[in-house]
Design a protein around this ligand. Structure first.
Ligand SMILES: *Cc1c(COP(=O)(O)O)cnc(C)c1O
Length: 232
């Protein structure tokens, strides 16, 4: 895609986020756009950064490491959004800004150990499977409470909220109930004694449905295709 189009698309997505926040009576400044760069070449990523992207999301640790190194001089933050294997956590702990996809005590503990070794505090979200699909990663709604209670006391890895990834749908309204569900899970966890401050972020909404997600309270949206075009 021509680089000018990437800049135009980025602006359009930012405008849609602001409009959706406005419809919900929210401050658009509460919503961080995570530009998902998976499979994109460095030139495309650089074009997005030049156009104002500040937060970048990657699924694969190796790809994130390579891009983070190449863009070391830029003022960007890296978000880990894909399923994390325990043995990959060590690589991202020294530099990652937020891990969106923790779904086990094991990965949370490993992140805590590695963040501590790096002398950092690394915030993370619990990925919750609100749609109940077998194929998706994430802890089930009924298991989220026990997991949150267990990991909210970690020191170097800090729980700051929840993430979900509903199925792709043509009609964004079809995912509104899933986004509402994630908010309900948060309410349940607060009722179970998890501090509200540990659940202040909701990462939800992708290219097809981020407007609806913002209306439902997303503080982070993860958008790739709407900025870079379809992936190969
Ligand atoms: C790829 C991906 C996205 C972005 O999806 P688009 O439809 O390209 O916007 C968001 N979140 C996760 C976890 C992803 O893997």
């Amino acid at each position: 895609m021509p680089y000018g189009e990437i800049a135009d698309n980025l602006r359009r997505v930012q405008d849609e986020i602001a409009a959706a926040a406005g419809r919900a009576g929210r401050d658009p400044g509460e919503v961080t756009l995570v530009v998902v760069t998976k499979t994109r070449g460095l030139d495309e990523v650089r074009a997005a950064v030049a156009a104002g992207a500040t937060d970048l999301g990657e699924n694969y640790v190796q790809e994130m490491e390579a891009k983070a190194e190449a863009l070391a001089g830029e003022d960007v933050r890296w978000h880990a959004i894909g399923h994390l294997q325990t043995n990959k956590v060590r690589k991202i702990a020294p530099f990652v800004t937020l891990v969106h996809s923790v779904d086990s005590v094991r990965v949370a503990r490993e992140l805590d150990t590695r963040a501590s070794a790096a002398g950092r505090r690394v915030p993370f979200l619990l990925q919750v499977n609100v749609s109940g699909e077998d194929s998706k990663f994430g802890v089930g709604v009924d298991d989220a409470e026990a997991l949150a209670v267990e990991v909210c006391g970690l020191e170097a890895a800090r729980l700051v909220g929840l993430m979900t990834m509903p199925p792709y749908v043509e009609d964004p309204e079809a995912n509104r109930p899933h986004f509402q569900r994630l908010r309900e899970v948060r309410e349940r966890l607060v009722a179970a004694g998890v501090a509200e401050a540990d659940l202040r972020h909701l990462s939800m909404g992708m290219s097809g449905d981020f407007g609806v997600a913002v209306e439902e309270g997303a503080t982070l949206v993860r958008v790739g295709t709407a900025i870079f075009g379809a992936r190969d």
